[in-house]
Design a protein around this ligand. Structure first.
Ligand SMILES: Nc1ncnc2c1ncn2[C@@H]1O[C@H](COP(=O)(O)OP(=O)(O)OP(=O)(O)O)[C@@H](O)[C@H]1O
Length: 252
């Protein structure tokens, strides 16, 4: 892991009228690191990640990515620099196969979207990159399936895989296993985290399921009422008295 954070928030704040959703959050993220964000409903988790991705403007504070102040940078420019939120760019098209969806993302990264539907577009570079990503995410067996028939967990994996085509340095995931059956959840997280580690991509994921948080995070940031309650390795956060009082015992 690098010694310099790739992403840093400094006193980040977001007000919605009189509601302070995020209240002075200063945290750091490193590449090669998987960070789970926990907190009760309304703690500010989604708002915080929306501030990082640029989906929402800051009320106050600074966000630094790769040494550059990106606090006012438009969302799509953050994506281009490698700060990607899953579900943000790729859309899964049900009338297309898994392969075609994946290739659409690969081509969009190459800014060749306009050639997408032309029969000559299966140039070897995009085909091999598409195949590489399908393999990375264990999706080869589904390559020719139309996505409307996919099991929900596989669809989730495809969604994240399509975001990986954008070549992120940091990927933000908001409850990557929501709606996925309990038996499938581990497989989905396993696939995503293994791909991230292999590609040296930092993951930030919001999750309510404490078992997934415990099993797949390197570090946990606990938010409560818009503030950081704890920011430490998994064992330390899980044992923190405040985290137990405000988050774990109340259920997240
Ligand atoms: N667009 C908005 N307009 C007004 N208030 C908002 C808006 N988005 C979020 N809030 C408020 O900001 C606070 C933080 O909400 P946020 O959705 O970020 O919490 P969360 O931790 O992600 O919650 P959950 O776990 O339920 O998704 C809440 O009080 C919420 O009602």
């Amino acid at each position: 892991m690098s010694t310099e954070p790739i992403l840093k928030t400094e006193n980040v704040r977001k007000d919605f009228g009189s509601i302070v959703a995020v209240d002075g959050v200063s945290v750091e993220f490193y590449d090669d690191e998987i960070v789970g964000i926990i907190g009760p409903n309304g703690a500010g988790k989604t708002t915080f990640t929306n501030l990082i991705s640029g989906a929402l403007p800051l009320t106050d504070g600074t966000i630094v990515f790769d040494g550059e102040d990106i606090s006012s940078l438009q969302k799509y420019k953050r994506v281009r620099r490698g700060l990607v939120r899953s579900f943000q760019i790729p859309q899964i098209y049900d009338e297309m196969t898994v392969f075609e969806n994946m290739q659409a993302s690969v081509l969009s990264r190459k800014q060749e979207n306009n050639r997408l539907f032309m029969p000559t577009n299966r140039d070897s570079a995009s085909v091999s990159e598409t195949e590489r990503l399908l393999e990375l995410f264990n999706l080869e067996a589904h390559a020719d399936d139309h996505t409307e028939h996919l099991p929900h967990g596989v669809r989730k994996v495809l969604d994240v895989a399509m975001s990986f085509a954008l070549e992120p340095e940091i990927m933000i995931l908001d409850e990557p296993t929501s709606g996925v059956g309990s038996r499938e959840k581990n497989a989905v997280m396993e696939t995503i985290t293994e791909a991230a580690v292999e590609q040296h991509i930092g993951l930030i994921f919001i999750e309510h399921d404490m078992e997934l948080i415990r099993d797949y995070s390197d570090r946990i940031i606990a938010l409560h009422e818009g503030r950081v309650l704890a920011d430490d390795d998994v064992a330390a956060v899980m044992e923190s008295e405040e985290v137990n009082q405000f988050i774990l015992e109340g259920g997240v």
